[in-house]
Design a protein around this ligand. Structure first.
Ligand code: UD1
Length: 346
């Protein structure tokens, strides 16, 4: 058995897939989650896939005492993967203080507790949103690309959290960190035992696509067709959630086991290439055999035209790459949507 890892937000979309990969790699996992945007039954899915039920504590990380009690109960925790955060861009504009309290206070509490409980490393979930719209000459974006002012409180919390970790380590705190900047995570575990469960009408593309295919939504609107891209629709770097989960295992290994690794490091986690929204729709149709109802609509305010990552640093340093073909990824999202229907959830 390898080290014990605290996974915050472990019942969420990326957290649950990462818990599976950690357990399959031999780590012991303790999940904390306040279940504000996830369901306790996710633990059943994780257990079915791995044969192990992770320890679970229903804790709100804004509550420092309750968070400290977790470290007291599990004194073996050596690393943290910090997913727990609010993530709806639109909501963050409506309720900025909720986002600042949830996303900033939680991190500060964890960082304060780490040295006291001898926790050596923290992997932080950041986002390519910190780059804003990169200049054309900066595409694909590397980790060294300039950051741009966030366009939403959500995006700002990612930027500020990165800065908080940097400042703390810079002050000499006895911890290490890897910041992972995700591109667009999509898909579901191949078993369809865990996946993404969006609340209400999905804002993200893939859940909207699968719900439209299922007939839950009447039609998909592709936001904008006159962007400066080959077919006029936006470009993103869509990364399979299982590949993304594996990047966390590689990062944790580096933080805990590689004494020569720097105290803080940053990695882009994507596929290294971009797809247009139209390509996603067409690939989905081909991969699943389902015809999608869709139309063009106006641009979505605040949307970035095109971004994809240069992920060669992660490929080289973490020995990790995102290899799953897009059609397989989209088929996994569809299988998950079908499973939700089968189980009467959606
Ligand atoms: C969004 C957030 C980003 C966040 C990420 C989390 C914005 C501006 N950005 O990224 O900060 O980290 O989610 O996953 O909200 N699309 C359609 N029709 C739809 C939905 C989406 O055409 O119904 C298009 C969008 O215009 C975009 C692409 O699909 O080009 C992906 O959209 P989405 O899944 O919302 O992700 P991002 O906008 O990249």
């Amino acid at each position: 058995m390898k080290q014990t890892i605290l996974v915050t937000g472990g019942t969420g979309f990326i957290g649950s897939h990462t818990t599976v990969e950690l357990q399959q790699a031999g780590y012991k996992v303790v999940i904390v989650d306040n279940l504000s945007n996830s369901n306790i039954q996710v633990l059943d899915g994780i257990e079915k896939i791995t044969g192990i039920r992770p320890a679970f504590e229903k804790v709100d990380l804004r509550d420092k005492e309750a968070t400290e009690a977790v470290f007291q109960k599990y004194p073996d925790i050596e690393g943290i993967i910090h997913f727990a955060a609010s993530k709806a861009v639109g909501e963050s504009v409506q309720k900025p203080l909720l986002y600042y309290r949830n996303n900033i206070v939680s991190l500060v509490n964890l960082l304060e507790l780490m040295p006291k409980y001898n926790v050596k490393g923290i992997i932080f979930s950041s986002s390519c949103t910190v780059y804003g719209q990169p200049k054309p000459e900066n595409l694909p974006v590397t980790e060294a690309a300039p950051h741009q002012k966030a366009t939403s409180p959500y995006g700002n919390t990612k930027e500020v959290n990165e800065q908080i970790i940097y400042d703390y380590i810079h002050s000499g705190a006895p911890i290490k960190s890897i910041v992972l900047r995700y591109f667009n995570p999509i898909g579901a575990h191949p078993t369809a035992l865990i996946g993404e469960l969006p609340n209400g009408v999905p804002a993200n593309l893939i859940p909207f696509v699968t719900q439209t295919a299922m007939g839950i939504r009447k039609e998909l609107t592709i936001f904008g067709k006159d962007y400066d891209t080959p077919d006029g629709t936006c470009i993103r770097d869509y990364i399979y959630v299982v590949d993304l989960a594996k990047a966390h295992v590689a990062a944790m290994r580096r933080v805990l086991d590689d004494e020569d690794s720097p105290a803080i490091d940053y990695f882009n986690i994507g596929t290294g290439h971009g797809n247009t929204t139209l390509e996603i729709v067409e690939t989905f149709e081909k991969a699943t055999g389902v015809k999608l109802n869709w139309k063009y609509g106006p641009r979505r305010e605040g949307d970035i035209e095109k971004i994809w990552g240069d992920c060669s640093k992660a490929n080289k340093v973490l020995g990790w790459s995102a290899d799953t073909p897009l059609d397989q990824v989209l088929a996994s999202a569809w299988k998950w949507q079908q499973k939700l229907r089968e189980n009467g959830i959606m």
